[in-house]
Write a protein that binds this ligand. Structure first.
Ligand code: PMP
Length: 447
């Protein structure tokens, strides 16, 4: 039997944006029910012989809608506007190949060995130079190298969240972060965004309401720049206010910023961490500015937190891969990495332009969408009466794929939304994909 998601009373949070994960307290009947579902059921009997053995937290581990989509959307005849894969075409692969061979020949004994859990010291220094571009001044000791920022998210949640603790996140929010929170049985309360990002007033109300209910709120998880999936950026004048609200409520800020250097205009946005050092954990990544397959990211944290993150790394992976860190470190030392980022920005900007123009030209009346100034994503709202998850199989028949909005909420919202990404397909394919999407939407309206 399926158990409906437990709804969190969210009177203070804008109703349209508030939701709650189906995180049930450990040992509760809900938790047992949810564990049943993980195994999958057939005629009331589970197919999974290990069902009774799983820890309660395994109930929070479910395949994301994005993952289920990848198999279908990767067929060549389908234009996938679904995935968030960076476009690596501009990377100088030949030179990199020579360089990696030289690295093995000259430093193989150390780079193929275990390394420190904290990360390669030279790379941590270089990471400080990267963050300086966003106004952050930090000491390399406070940087912890991680296996992508995804692992940093996992470790931060492991270090801070007990089952039932509350985590605040934008409405909508990054699907990978939501699945991490759910795996640790934290409960997500969403806070409304508009075209200028997270709304300070909604944040204040959510925190007041939760305080009134005696809930423990551990942190605000926020993606200030070129939001995934929202496509919006937090207005500069809102930044100090949001930091202030969190500090007053004793709530830590987790600033996730993988797209910060991929803006399309000359406007620069100060990182939250550049404005407040003691109450912010900043997460960065080389996935979007260099190569996602190397899985190198980092956390910049206050001293005490940094110690916990290093210990969490030791128990999770012993250390981040020394070889991959050395490749990134060489790349930063020997290449014009800032010039490379400019090339990435130009390529993504061209694709963004193609998508926005095609949406303008082809989509039926009643649709609206965000206009990203950087990053990979457009957040599209379709006319009332349509359901983006229900129509996805029919869109795929029309050879176009996207991610339904429901993937980006803990529970119950986003059925009129979808995420479109323009990072990977060529401008020509993007135009074709949007044409197909438009006819899928029109067909849907006639159903
Ligand atoms: N945070 C956000 C907002 C992301 O979009 C992504 C990747 N799509 C990640 C974190 C994880 O990135 P990685 O682990 O590759 O650094």
């Amino acid at each position: 039997g399926s158990q409906p998601a437990r709804q969190q009373p969210t009177s203070g949070v804008a109703a349209a944006a508030a939701g709650s994960a189906a995180a049930a307290p450990a040992g509760s009947p809900e938790a047992a029910q949810a564990t049943e579902q993980v195994g999958g059921q057939s005629g009331g009997r589970s197919l999974d012989p290990h069902l009774r053995r799983y820890a309660q937290r395994a109930a929070g581990m479910r395949a994301s809608e994005v993952r289920a989509l990848f198999a279908v959307a990767s067929r060549p005849e389908v234009v996938s506007l679904a995935g968030g894969m960076p476009n690596l075409a501009a990377l100088p692969l030949d030179t990199l190949a020579t360089d990696v061979a030289e690295l093995v020949a000259t430093e193989g004994q150390s780079v193929l060995q275990y390394g420190s859990a904290h990360g390669l010291p030279a790379l941590r220094e270089q990471i400080c130079d990267v963050m300086a571009l966003e106004g952050i001044s930090a000491h390399a000791d406070d940087v912890v190298v991680t296996v992508g920022s995804q692992m940093a998210l996992d470790m931060v949640t492991r270090v801070f969240c007990d089952p039932g603790d509350v985590v605040l996140a934008e409405a909508p929010s990054y699907v990978g972060a939501l699945s991490t929170f759910s795996a640790y049985q934290a409960e997500v309360v969403h806070v409304t965004m508009d075209d200028e990002g997270l709304q300070p007033e909604a944040l204040r109300q959510a925190l007041d309401t939760l305080a009134g209910q005696g809930r423990r709120v551990k942190f605000l998880y926020t993606i200030p720049n070129f939001h995934n999936p929202g496509g919006v950026t937090l207005a500069v004048r809102r930044r100090a206010e949001i930091l202030d609200i969190c500090a007053r409520h004793g709530v830590l800020v987790i600033e996730d910023n993988p797209y910060g250097l991929l803006g399309f205009s000359d406007q620069t946005y100060p990182a939250l961490r550049s404005m407040e050092a003691d109450n912010v954990v900043y997460l960065g990544s080389f996935s979007k500015t260099f190569a996602s397959g190397l899985r190198v990211g980092w956390a910049l944290a206050p001293h005490a937190v940094r110690e916990k993150l290093v210990l969490a790394t030791e128990s999770a992976t012993l250390c981040p891969p020394a070889f991959n860190q050395a490749i990134v470190s060489r790349y930063l030392a020997r290449y014009d990495w800032q010039g490379q980022i400019k090339q990435f920005r130009a390529a993504y900007r061209e694709r963004r332009d193609a998508m926005l123009a095609a949406l303008d030209q082809h989509l039926p009346p009643g649709c609206s969408w965000t206009k990203p100034d950087g990053g990979f994503y457009v957040w599209l709202t379709v006319p009332e009466g349509l359901d983006t998850k229900a129509m996805l199989p029919r869109a795929v028949t029309q050879r176009v794929a996207y991610v339904p909005g429901t993937a980006f909420y803990a529970a119950g919202f986003g059925s009129r939304q979808m995420r479109l990404s323009y990072c990977y397909p060529t401008p020509e394919r993007i135009r074709e994909g949007v044409r197909r999407l438009a006819s899928a939407l029109e067909a849907e309206q006639e159903l």
